[in-house]
Design a protein around this ligand. Structure first.
Ligand code: GAR
Length: 203
């Protein structure tokens, strides 16, 4: 089995992209990032990818005002780069039906809370951590799950737990969860790369 080729989609900082990229450079890695796509032309994710020689593409409502054209362009970019597995890592847009259908069961997302709690429409970034703090829960942590047609409802692949501390703010909790994401996401991708769960790109 060859190297698993990732297409990573990110909207902002791209710290999960960086964690994945660093893991992909380890000597025993059997995955590589073939392309990074962002809807945000000034995202840290695109800057990181450019700085590290990863092919990039900016695809958004600005480059493609028609949603179907955007969906098609996204699919074409992923196929063109031979992507086996799509990873949405801080990608703040819903994927279109054409990409979802083409990469069915081959799209994973990282979410900054323990799904099924604190997921769904409107639960992203700091809003998630605020909701966790408001709930009084003592444990949080990231979830990696398959992407289906809804928000945050696909099959859960892996989770890791971090404590919620009494004096936590959104920022301190977010930082603790993000550090856990940087371990969990590469771990899951490594497992997928070495396993047989995925049907390789036949496009
Ligand atoms: C991460 O915490 C990720 O879990 C979250 O956005 C952040 C992106 O950080 N995603 C969501 O909230 C999606 N519902 P990054 O750009 O530094 O990787």
């Amino acid at each position: 089995m060859g190297t698993l080729r990732l297409g990573v989609l990110a909207s902002h900082n791209g710290s999960n992209l960086a964690a994945l990229h660093q893991a992909s450079l380890l000597p025993d890695s059997d995955f590589t990032i073939s392309v990074t796509i962002s809807n945000n032309s000034s995202s840290g994710a695109l800057a990181y990818a450019r700085d590290h020689g990863v092919p990039t593409r900016h695809l958004s409502g600005h480059t493609h005002p028609d949603t179907k054209a955007l969906d098609n362009a996204m699919r074409a970019t992923l196929v063109e780069h031979g992507v086996d597995l799509v990873v949405t890592a801080g990608f703040m847009r819903k994927l279109g039906p054409i990409v979802r259908e083409t990469f069915s069961s081959r799209i994973i997302n990282i979410h900054p809370a323990l799904l099924p709690a604190f997921g769904g429409v409107g639960f992203f970034g700091n809003r998630v951590h605020q909701a966790v703090l408001d709930s009084g829960d003592k444990i949080s942590g990231p979830t990696v799950h398959l992407v289906d047609d809804e928000y945050d409802t696909g099959e859960i692949i892996a989770q890791s737990e971090v404590p919620v501390l009494p004096d936590d703010t959104v920022d301190t909790l977010a930082a603790r969860v993000l550090a856990a994401e940087h371990i969990l996401l590469p771990t899951v991708v490594r497992q997928l790369a070495s396993g047989h769960q995925l049907h390789r790109n036949k496009n």
